[in-house]
Design a protein around this ligand. Sequence first.
Ligand SMILES: Nc1ncnc2c1ncn2[C@@H]1O[C@H](COP(=O)(O)OP(=O)(O)O)[C@@H](O)[C@H]1O
Ligand SMILES: [Mg+2]
Length: 584
Amino acid sequence: MNPVKIPLSRYLRLLSGYLKPQWKSVALLYGLLIASIAMQLVNPQIIRHFIDSAQAKAEVRELYYAGALFIGISLIYQLMILITTYLSENVGWTATNRLREDVAEHCLRLDPSFHKAHSSGMLIERVDGDINALSNFFSKLSVMLLSNLALVIGILILLFREGWQIGLVMLVFVGAAISALQYVRRYTAPLWTKVRAISAEFFGFLGEHLEGTEDARANGAAGFVMNRFHRIMRRWFPLRFKAFMGFASMWITSLILFAFGTAMAFAVSASLYRHGAITLGTVYMIIYYTEQLSRPIEQIRTQMEDLQKADASITRIGELLATESTIKDGTGSPPEAGPSTVRFDQVVFGYEEDLVTLNHIDFTLERGKSLGVLGRTGSGKTTLARLLLRFHDPREGVVTLDGRDLREFRVEDLRRHVGMVTQQIELFQGTVRDNLTFYNEAIPDSRIEDILRELGMEEWLASMPRGLDTPLSSNGGGLSAGEAQLLAFARVFLSDPGVVILDEASSKLDPATEQKIVRAIDRLVRERTCIIIAHRLATVRRVDDILILEDGHMIEHGPRQALADDPGSRFSHILSTGEEELSE
Ligand SMILES: Nc1ncnc2c1ncn2[C@@H]1O[C@H](COP(=O)(O)OP(=O)(O)O)[C@@H](O)[C@H]1O
Ligand SMILES: [Mg+2]
């Protein structure tokens, strides 16, 4: 009868995990539900009593009592519905907010490779759409589905008590109604799954193109983007249309079914009444119960549907949560504060199975020294930096800090110890202060201001209408490339890591900014172990060691002075030919 496969254990695990902390509310909820079912079952009995007493010409006072009881129970019942709704929404949202939190945090921890494979729009659909579907599951389904089933069973038992004929007829009716609705549903449910899949795709697409609008417009790709937009719409529209038609046909089916049910109840009870087997009050009660059946049957149907939506959501969220970061935390103590010795020991790495991006990289950078890394675009410089931050693990060989394999550290500890200044600072919606301190309130404003001043950013700060409280937009609008880079320096100085990687901006900056950056680098190199991916000769003139990469191979490594003095070295060739050789 039921095409939905319900992996009960999975639901129970999810339910118990997120509902346990709220067990008091949940218990109260169930208590209220049992009471409200009892009330729904009792009320028709009161009506029967009323009708039969009236027919038997009982005292008017007794009729008043029955009437008052009926009204009283109905009012209390409505009140209980109110409380139940409040409780279930509360329980549902508390549970899903915790799940939302877990999923969002999990996504943040996953590797860059995961984020490359999943668009942000798609993750939003997971964290928002799927979890909303689950909120319904937590707040209504688990409780309401059971209570509706209990109500249907209760009504059937009471009808059987009135006479097996009526009980049997209504049992058959309930069975037929549920299976007929399931039958129709079997054709419509898959449509909804498809509609959801397309909507996830659409939001992924939208997110991607709203983020990259400037590029798309600049390159005249708007037409192409709109074309893809229309193509998705063209698939989306007919599916939604069909899915809603499915809704309508379900609705019509249930209307027809219930009309049949009432007719059957009338027929059976009329014949029983004619034979004197039941009273007129009982006839009314049977009709009342029959009407009462329609609501839970209708709800059980939609709840089965929700259950299936929840099932798809649980599957997808389960998959997401089961996606483990390939980068696993170690159990060792954090790296020792201060500069560390960095060593790459025969490191081989590739992003793709059969490709090698870094080939037997082997060097030691002593504590407190600086290394300039040179090489053409695509030679693997940024990849080297990513390995040191453990965005990826080497395929062969090890990377160590003070002789300890990076995999021994907790990732968080490692990334606190190794800082990075990238070419592109990622700003988020927040004040200048929050963007620099990442909400670390222990950092006093005076320190932030000192550092900005030392970086030559005091004029920039003064131009901010509300100083450190000025909000910045998430794409860093209004910041020049140089300013963005200097802000990235400020971040690193504030967090003060022992090891710093600088992926220098390759674009040309105005001489004043260039000066500021050179000075910032000089400061950075002091008292820290530094790896500088250099795009400017000015920077390289100050480092201790030089490493030159070509297609992932180390083609030269040694002390800068020695290489500069050796006329046959690649480095001295670069020095004599100038900047172009550096990055291109
Ligand atoms: N996330 C990635 N996935 C797959 N390949 C990548 C990724 N990042 C870089 N690559 C490839 O690895 C090689 C080295 O890139 P990268 O380290 O960024 O070089 P560089 O910083 O020297 O310009 C390039 O061929 C690049 O295409
Ligand atoms: Mg790079």
